[in-house]
Ligand binder design. Structure first.
Ligand SMILES: *[C@@H]1O[C@H](CO)[C@@H](O)[C@H](O)[C@H]1NC(C)=O
Ligand SMILES: [Cu+2]
Length: 94
């Protein structure tokens, strides 16, 4: 049996009134804590979150750490735009 776990990201694309956002995936928890973007991978650029957003496949049962990468981590540092994702196995449902 194959099953997929996704994180779904949805954010407004930039406009006159909306400041841009983006999604970066950290390689380690320490970088996440410090909002250190030097060891990250962009998974969603500024326009990618528009419409229905996009899905990011979580391939392993371990924590994923995401943050907005704008202004060199400022949105991350202000505490609002970073979050961990813990894929959880909730059992089989029939
Ligand atoms: C952002 O990502 C989308 C979807 O992957 C792509 O079509 C678009 O060209 C990208 N925009 C920029 C500015 O890189
Ligand atoms: Cu942001």
């Amino acid at each position: 049996m194959v099953f997929w776990v996704f994180a779904v990201f949805k954010y407004e694309p930039p406009s006159d009134t909306i400041r841009p956002h983006s999604v970066y995936l950290f390689q380690d928890f320490q970088s996440f804590l410090n909002c250190d973007l030097s060891r990250t991978r962009m998974v969603g650029n500024q326009t990618r979150g528009g419409g229905d957003g996009f899905e990011f496949v979580l391939q392993r049962w371990w924590p994923y750490y995401f943050a907005c990468g704008e202004h060199n981590g400022l949105h991350c540092k202000d505490g609002l735009m970073r979050f961990p994702v813990f894929p959880m196995f909730r059992g089989w449902h029939y």
